[in-house]
Design a binder for this molecule. Sequence first.
Ligand SMILES: [Zn+2]
Length: 245
Amino acid sequence: MTAKITLLGTGTCQIQSERMASSVLLEIGEQRVVFDMGRGVTQRLLEYGLKSDDVRNIVFSHFHPDHISDLIPFLHAAAHSRIDPRKQDLHLYGPKGVRVQIMRLLSLFGVDELERDYYDVLIHEIRSESFSINRLQFDFLSLPPANNHGLRFEINGKRIALTGDSHFHDELVKFIAGAELAVIDSGHLSDDEILSAAARSQAKTIVCSHLYRELDEQTLSMAAKSRGYAGKLIVGRDLMSFNIG
Ligand SMILES: [Zn+2]
């Protein structure tokens, strides 16, 4: 099986045209999973060429607006779009409390606006450190703050780790250690913390996402190398893809 990882958004709550809120699309074999759906992510899905029914599974790292807000336009279009009406069930996953939070969100507009009776929106609270979607196994591990959880899985023995929002701490280093590909929240980390995470984890490729400030890839890479980091440091851009075979 192969996997393709595409950055749908590499930004934050900051309104920017070149960086939508941070989100990652996983295409693993025939399965697709969207990790987080904040501002502008529905637009990026369209630009990538996906229709509503192509997205069956969305995992939320936590319940901050920049990780969940585009669920509203996504569900609204699913229910009422005349050019791309939805027909397939949609599965939403998130940490403890996600059911209540999503029900609150839906209740703001009423069921008629955001749902139809010919498909279901199913909410799954992830209450342990691992879960599966159609036989694909994922780790779902706490990476503070704000009840944030990182998503991690393996394909052909290669580990892919996505942090959502995470501050710098030992859990972060452990979470991305030895990964083939790690997409990290670099916006909540100082340059020094990014370098430390790289050197300590030795993840093969680290992609900086959730960018509150622009990073200089070359300067950062050279500094990482001088700290003993043997991998590759990349500053993410929206719609950048990585193939894991
Ligand atoms: Zn965020």
